[in-house]
Design a protein around this ligand. Structure first.
Ligand code: NAD
Length: 337
């Protein structure tokens, strides 16, 4: 089956493409390469265009009328950048997604899987969030995601489309076959910083925030292997209609599903696990929280199991090992110095 992946030249989109291919499906990539990498599109059907370019989207559907569903991953994703450049984030993420959804509506494409984020959730006692937990997106980036969820929900209610918003927790690792992984030169995510410290590219790993009400004072997150995340998309795509049937609300055209492991891991615990996998200590020091940091959350992932028949399978050690392996390989794959 053919599936359109916007942002398919990015970290998560390219992993979804690999997982689709491994299952015998054909991914079609729509990506402007604003941040993504051409290397991840090699050997794949690839259209270099903006998601808001309706003529490009029309061309894709003219040339591939048998596309079954769309995964919408394309977005700008850097939280601090979104605080410095909210206009660009709302334009790139919200305004352009609105145009993409309109094109899909006009072309009769009725199945949409949307990349959302756990950054929408407020901090709750015990830190475990279900899809019904209170929301409190604290960055412009997270607010663009909530706005896109609302737009998709409204489109689904009015235009006979169906949408599944997948709220990702904290992806780590790389494609286990090393076809792709994190591609930004200076990763802002915790695992990228740990890898950079281990590989000597940064002198020390900062444990930012040590006075949260968690078991060891550091922030808690739910680290999910990107391959598990990709596998969940395959379930949502291949069993799209069945997922709605399982939800049991015939009138419902829009679903929200958490994608996490169901386990909360603190920064100190991640550091310990990382050092165990790496086999050497990583220099670290405690520092104050960064602006906008929160104690965190982890997923209640029961809905994913019930509706998608999916559970995260890969342990955190595998995510760390694949991040390290990719961290060493990516220099040659992406021609970094
Ligand atoms: N990485 C994470 O930690 C994380 C967590 C939660 C949710 N998400 C969501 O997952 C999705 C993918 O994230 P990622 O980590 O793979 O990011 P990424 O930056 O690696 O990939 C995004 C891709 O989208 C493309 N793109 C951006 N704007 C575009 C546009 N207007 N038209 C066409 N292409 C465009 C980029 O070129 C890039 O290839 C995003 O929507 C992000 O919000 C990511």
């Amino acid at each position: 089956m053919k599936y359109l992946i916007t942002g398919g030249a990015g970290y998560i989109g390219s992993t979804i493409c690999s997982a689709l291919e491994d299952e015998g499906h054909t991914p079609i990539i729509l990506d402007s390469l604003i941040t993504g990498r051409i290397e991840f599109t090699r050997g794949r059907i690839f259209y270099q265009a903006d998601i808001a370019d309706s003529s490009a989207v029309e061309k894709i559907f003219r040339e591939h009328p048998d596309i079954q569903a769309v995964v919408h991953c394309a977005a700008l994703i850097v939280v601090p950048e979104s605080m410095a450049m909210p206009y660009e984030y709302y334009r790139e993420n919200v305004a352009k997604s609105l145009e993409l959804f309109r094109s899909l509506r006009d072309l009769g494409c009725k199945r949409i899987v949307f990349s959302s984020t756990a950054a929408l959730y407020d901090v709750v006692p015990g830190f475990m969030v279900t899809e019904d937990s209170p929301l409190k997106p604290i960055s412009p980036y997270a607010r663009t995601k909530l706005t896109m969820e609302m737009i998709l929900k409204d489109f689904c209610a009015s235009y006979g489309m169906r949408g599944i918003a997948l709220r990702y927790f904290n992806p780590i690792g790389a494609d286990p076959k090393m076809r792709s992984g994190i591609h930004v030169k200076e990763p802002s995510h915790i695992i990228g910083k740990l890898v950079d410290t281990a590989l000597g590219k940064q002198p020390v790993f900062e444990i930012t925030g040590t006075h949260y009400p968690t078991r060891d004072g550091t922030g808690v997150r739910d680290y999910i292997h990107v391959w598990d995340l990709a596998r969940a998309h395959i379930r949502a795509l291949v069993q799209f209609d069945e997922t709605f049937a399982r939800a049991g609300y015939p009138a419902e055209n829009y679903l929200v599903i958490n994608l996490g492991t169901g386990r909360g891991v603190t920064v100190r615990e991640l550091l310990t696990a990382f050092e165990k996998v790496y086999g050497k200590p990583v220099p670290s020091r405690e520092s104050p929280p960064r602006p906008g940091d929160v104690a965190g959350s982890f997923a209640n992932a029961d809905t994913a199991e019930r509706l998608l028949g999916w559970k995260a399978e890969l342990p955190i050690e595998k995510g760390i090992a694949d991040s390290l392996k990719w961290g060493e390989l990516r220099k040659s794959i992406l021609n970094f110095e």
